[in-house]
Design a protein. Structure first.
Length: 233
């Protein structure tokens, strides 16, 4: 067993390990070279296809441009010509063909339409018609909110949601408590001022009432939580 590592065929021999590493590196280099060649070939093929499409497109556009120029020159010659088919000179060809008349009529109709719309907007007729058309085009299931559908139902839902938010808002609840506390303090201050101005009142029991010399009636019973001040007769 001790002489096995010294054998030339042993897998853990240093020479064999180095040979395996060299073979693996050579295999990786060959794979990378193959992949690079394939990528270059694919790139060249794509570039050739793109150039071919560009040449075909340029040829078609050139043909179209040439045909368009020829048609334009032909139409221009026909428009500039003042002779008819029989060879006679006719200075009223444009009027007979209606060239230049239709554009003016269209522009005039457009101006008249704009003036009419301005007039209708001024008197409110156009807005009325537009609003009426919009209201007529609304479906029936949107007009009457039934079963939770429609505009009214959406309004109710939004109102309920806002009310729920207000009830769940801690800031609003705190403000309510502070407002109630402030009102109670104001009432207690008013009662204290009246009592201090009335002077010392003695002999009032927990279940009886008495009118002081200033006309102040003080009521104090065990069932009440505070003191109520009323004017005497």
């Amino acid at each position: 067993m001790n002489i096995l590592p010294k054998k030339s065929w042993h897998v853990l021999n240093k020479d064999n390990i180095a040979k395996v590493r060299r073979d693996e590196a050579q295999a990786r280099a060959e794979e990378e070279e193959k992949a690079s060649r394939a990528a270059i070939a694919e790139q060249e093929a794509r570039l050739g296809a793109m150039r071919k499409r560009a040449r075909e497109k340029d040829g078609v556009e050139e043909e179209e441009r040439g045909g368009g120029k020829e048609r334009g020159r032909k139409e221009k010659r026909e428009e500039c010509s003042v002779t008819d088919a029989s060879g006679h000179i006719n200075f009223f060809t444009d009027l007979q063909k209606g060239i230049g008349l239709q554009v003016g009529n269209v522009e005039r109709e457009k101006e008249m339409k704009q003036e009419q719309e301005k007039l209708e907007k001024r008197i409110g007729l156009l807005n009325y018609l537009v609003d009426k058309d919009k209201s007529d085009n609304v479906p029936w299931y949107v007009k009457s909110g039934r079963g939770g559908a429609g505009v009214e139902a959406e309004g109710r839902k939004s109102a309920k949601a806002e009310a729920r938010k207000e009830l769940q808002d801690p800031l609003l609840e705190m403000r309510g408590h502070l407002e109630a506390k402030r009102k109670r303090e104001e009432v207690v201050g008013v009662v204290g001022g009246v009592v201090s101005g009335a002077g010392a009142v003695q002999g009032i029991s927990h279940s009886s009432s008495q009118v002081s010399q200033h006309g102040i009636m003080l009521l104090h019973t065990p069932s009440t939580l505070g003191m109520f001040v009323t004017r005497g007769p």
